[in-house]
Design a protein around this ligand. Structure first.
Ligand code: HSE
Length: 352
């Protein structure tokens, strides 16, 4: 299958590198070779070894009948959303790592993909390398998920660990995450909790079917967290983590939130450190399940994008049974009932 890669930044370059380096394994996993025909980026790559593949005008790829799939890794809502829409309208599959587009427009783009008989997959948009969205959509499709507690932002988790172990300032630790390619282009999205808020809305939509606008959920980031807060938690045998939550309440309502919490040592999220993410699910009749892996970084995230590419190539010609979310802010409730707050304090921890 011939594909176009859209965006040659941190993740896009990781996808290109992996597709070339692991071409044989990808072909074996996908059932046929995956060939990059275009890499679309507005910057100048005229001295890059792959210079012949670079284009600056996405319409060349969008109008090329040979291109069957577009891997969108531009980041940001526009023009990524507009290009995705064009690609789907032109009958091309799209895979993405772009949580801003999935959180804002996922429902609409899924419907468009279904109408055009193509697929829109977004595994890399939440949980980095962890195959959590396909697990929810596939292995847990008939299970009832009642609660999700997650560490969904690698940058803030890395910063909190560096502040704990090295006693360095948040600004110094943030600089390290930028050097390692973990932080967002606008790192305020990490620090403020906005990135984790988008990701918990994506996970909740996958688990509960309703996509809620991330900007309406209660969200506190780590701006106010000090080395003293972290030391105090350590003294009490706890650890400060930025926790994103989605709780299904009686009557089908959903509570969503992001806030720093002092996590107890008995909770599996306690030991999730550095750039790692974890998603702790509560599943009816099954209890807790935890999924763990690197939440940011070029190659781990590229792995999730490539898994989506292989899924599409392997199932080419099959009728898609992908789930379509509905946008529904009316299911959202900002506050948790007292009994759930009490249970949370016992099993997870309390807000810092
Ligand atoms: N800035 C994000 C994070 C990148 O640190 O989790 C992965 O979505």
């Amino acid at each position: 299958m011939k594909i176009a890669v859209l965006g040659f930044g941190n993740i896009g370059s990781g996808v290109v590198e992996t597709l070339i380096k692991n071409a044989e394994a990808v072909a074996a996993g996908a059932g046929e070779a995956v060939e990059i025909k275009y890499i679309c980026d507005i910057r100048d790559f005229s001295s890059h070894p792959l210079k012949d593949k670079f284009i600056t005008d996405f319409n060349i790829a969008a109008n090329d009948p040979e291109i069957e799939l577009v891997a969108e890794m531009i980041g940001g809502l526009h023009p990524a959303y507009d290009f995705t829409k064009t690609a789907l309208e032109n009958g091309k599959h799209v895979v993405t790592s772009n949580k801003e587009v999935v959180a804002a427009k996922g429902d609409e783009l899924m419907e468009l993909a279904r109408d055009r008989g193509v697929r829109y997959l977004y595994e890399a948009s939440a949980g980095g390398t962890i195959p959590i969205l396909r697990t929810i959509a596939d292995a847990l499709r008939v299970s009832e998920i009642t609660e999700i507690n997650g560490i969904l932002n690698g940058t803030t988790n890395y910063i909190l660990e560096r502040m704990r172990i090295e006693d360095i300032s948040m600004a110094e630790a943030l600089k390290e995450t930028q050097e390692k390619g973990y932080a967002e282009a606008v790192p305020d999205n990490d620090i403020s909790g906005a990135d984790a808020a988008r990701k918990i809305c994506i996970l909740a939509a996958a688990a509960f079917g309703s996509l809620v606008d991330w900007s309406i959920i209660p969200c506190r980031g780590i701006e106010e967290i000090t080395v003293e807060d972290i030391e105090e938690a350590s003294r009490n045998g706890r650890s400060v983590k930025l926790i994103a939550r989605a709780v299904k309440l009686k009557g089908g309502k959903i509570h969503l939130s992001v806030e720093p919490m002092s996590v107890i040592s008995d909770c599996p999220l306690f030991s999730v450190n550095g750039v790692y993410n974890a998603v702790l699910l509560n599943v009816k009749d099954c209890g807790e399940m935890m999924f763990y892996g690197k939440g940011a970084g070029s190659l781990p995230t590229a792995g999730a994008v490539i898994a989506d590419i292989c899924d599409i190539v392997r199932h080419k010609g099959c009728k898609s049974d992908d789930i379509i979310w509905r946008r529904d802010d009316s299911v959202f409730v900002p506050d948790l009932p007292r009994d759930i707050i009490d249970r949370t304090e016992l099993r997870l921890g309390f807000p810092v």
